[in-house]
Design a protein. Structure first.
Length: 204
């Protein structure tokens, strides 16, 4: 049975995500996306009037997938210190995945031409996780909003930026399979994150 309506739109988005990651923005054409999605160009343009619009919709899709996989600090255990370390570890684990790195490079490459899409990507990858962490800190530690935001920024900085920057420049090997939370301790050394949590947070 042929896909129609929202089912077709969702199918196109998933196909386009893979094509953009594989070929990059410039080499991706609407012809290629239509062929890979096994639909007509007319149907493709009925859902997405341009490649720019399609790319922006793909960014929205990726944003939802990423934040859904990350979840919130409270879902990483009952002990707050360990939950924070695991959350930060999961954050970097997801970002070191090959597909995530390619998506980040794609967003960086198109940032000047599609600034809104790049800004959405940055918000999902960095700002929303940091806000979630700050909220969790404010709920469980004697910290006001400003202090919890500062601590969250420092923890995310220590967890993410050094390794992510190295991975973006291919100075560190990526994770080739979709990171499983069950392999977190294998993929990410949580010891420095636990030490950072202990150093930065007050006693409860």
């Amino acid at each position: 049975m042929a896909r129609r309506g929202e089912q077709l739109r969702e199918h196109i988005l998933w196909v386009a995500k893979d094509v953009f990651i594989e070929l990059g923005f410039e080499r991706t054409s609407m012809d290629v996306v239509a062929a890979r999605a096994e639909t007509s160009k007319r149907s493709l343009y009925a859902h997405f009037e341009s490649k720019d619009k399609l790319f922006s919709a793909v960014v929205t899709l990726v944003r939802g997938l990423y934040l859904g996989r990350l979840r919130t600090p409270a879902e990483y255990g009952e002990d707050p210190a360990e939950a924070i370390a695991a959350y930060c570890g999961r954050l970097v684990q997801l970002q070191l995945w090959t597909s995530a790195l390619r998506t980040l490079r794609l967003g960086i490459a198109e940032a000047e031409r599609l600034p809104e899409a790049a800004a959405d990507m940055h918000e999902a990858i960095f700002e929303v996780p940091q806000r979630r962490l700050a909220q969790y800190l404010a709920e469980r530690y004697p910290l006001d909003a400003e202090a919890s935001g500062d601590v969250a920024a420092q923890l995310v900085g220590r967890a993410v930026y050094p390794r992510l920057f190295r991975a973006l420049l291919a100075a560190e090997p990526p994770l080739t399979e979709l990171p499983d939370e069950a392999t977190l301790a294998r993929d990410v050394d949580l010891r420095p994150l636990r030490a950072a949590v202990a150093a930065l947070l007050p006693a409860r």
